[in-house]
Design a protein. Structure first.
Length: 149
């Protein structure tokens, strides 16, 4: 990925927070760094998940944004989507292969957040997919994620 200038990069993070797909497209076309982080360690993809913007999230996944990055609190896009009660975003991230085992710094995973946000069907779906992946040998022993330094 090309490294963009700081002003352009800020625009894509702001665009994701505002669910502004046109601004996201423009920023990336101008060379913005899709993995740039704000002061909280959030990438544009994480902001789109937190904003419950399935359209922006789809675009950023397709553009190559990391789906398992973690912010300062250890929250990944999957956890942020659960916290935002965005079932569409959760589905997109699961379909893209997001790690279903990651936990934030407080030991809470996506199942915890889905239940906490009163999405028990989503929590059951995540547990079933996690179990199916484990049976197929797709899950390794350690949880790996790209964390904020």
């Amino acid at each position: 990925m090309a490294k963009g200038n700081r002003n352009t990069d800020v625009d894509i993070i702001a665009a994701a927070k505002l669910s502004d797909l046109a601004m996201l497209r423009k920023g990336l076309a101008q060379g913005a760094d899709i993995e740039r982080r704000d002061c909280d360690g959030m990438t544009a993809l994480m902001c789109a998940a937190e904003a419950a913007s399935a359209e922006c999230l789809t675009f950023l996944i397709q553009a190559g944004g990391c789906i398992d990055s973690a912010d300062r609190e250890g929250s990944t896009p999957l956890i942020l989507a659960a916290q935002s009660c965005c079932e569409a975003c959760l589905g997109l991230l699961v379909e893209a292969g997001a790690d279903l085992r990651v936990m934030d710094k407080h030991g809470r995973d996506v199942v915890y957040w889905a239940n906490r946000r009163r999405l028990p069907e989503v929590a059951r779906m995540i547990e079933a997919i996690r179990e199916a992946r484990a049976q197929r040998g797709e899950l390794e022993a350690g949880v790996q994620q790209t964390s904020f330094p």
